[in-house]
Design a protein around this ligand. Structure first.
Ligand code: AMP
Length: 206
């Protein structure tokens, strides 16, 4: 199964991806995680991405397309994957279509987590407070100022993908404001209803 998760920062894409990979036996491919690893390792990609990420901007399309293209060729992606944070622009979506075409692979669905943007700030503040309380390191782009820039990027550059996938008959929308387990249940439900093959592993009870 090959899926995309769409939604603004803080919508819960990473959390839902983690739950779905267990259900469906596929891998989560998060460009944000890959870029953060590149920054931590000080690779050439990391050096390019560091300041852009810290300020809430988008890393250039060719950089993330290159990362994803390499990652899709890894053996663990052969059984399927869930893309979290990619594509984020129409050129990235077009490049993904070309990549999948060239590998004779099909995209099953793009799942949009629809959320109330005003609630996102609150969510980020709660997440940061919880991480601090656990003594964990807080992401440098998890501040209200940077979040508002990330939301602007989302609105202008990523939101057009809702239409892009809707026009191609791939879009499935789920209310992302519900409790985590209810969102997961709805995702499974819309996938089943749209005829996406069910999990080989049965449905896990959360
Ligand atoms: P995320 O963890 O998905 O919120 O991503 C964190 C940051 O990494 C974003 O704010 C961007 O700066 C960068 N990033 C992640 N994925 C992409 C992408 N597909 N295109 C451009 N920049 C990205």
């Amino acid at each position: 199964m090959r899926l995309i998760l769409l939604g603004p920062p803080g919508a819960g894409k990473g959390t839902q991806a983690q739950r779905l990979i267990h259900d469906y036996g596929i891998v989560q491919l998060s460009t944000g995680d890959m870029l953060r690893a590149a920054v931590a390792d000080g690779t050439p990609v990391g050096l390019k991405a560091k300041d852009i990420m810290a300020s809430g901007g988008l890393v250039p399309d060719d950089v993330v397309i290159g990362i994803i293209s390499d990652r899709l060729d890894q053996p663990d992606a052969a059984r399927g994957f869930i893309l979290d944070g990619f594509p984020r622009t129409v050129p990235q979506a077009e490049a993904l279509d070309q990549l999948l075409d060239s590998k004779k692979l099909n995209l099953d669905a793009a799942i949009e987590l629809r959320v109330d943007e005003r609630a996102l700030l609150q969510r980020v503040e709660t997440r940061v407070a919880e991480m601090k309380a656990r003594g964990e390191q807080v992401r440098s782009d998890d501040t209200p100022e940077v979040l508002s820039k990330r939301l602007t990027s989302y609105r202008t550059l990523t939101e057009p993908l809702i239409r892009y996938y809707s026009e191609r008959g791939k879009l499935l929308t789920v209310d992302g404001m519900m409790a985590v387990e209810d969102v997961t249940r709805d995702i499974r439900h819309v996938l089943r209803r749209s005829g996406v093959p069910a999990s080989k592993f049965g449905v896990r009870r959360w």
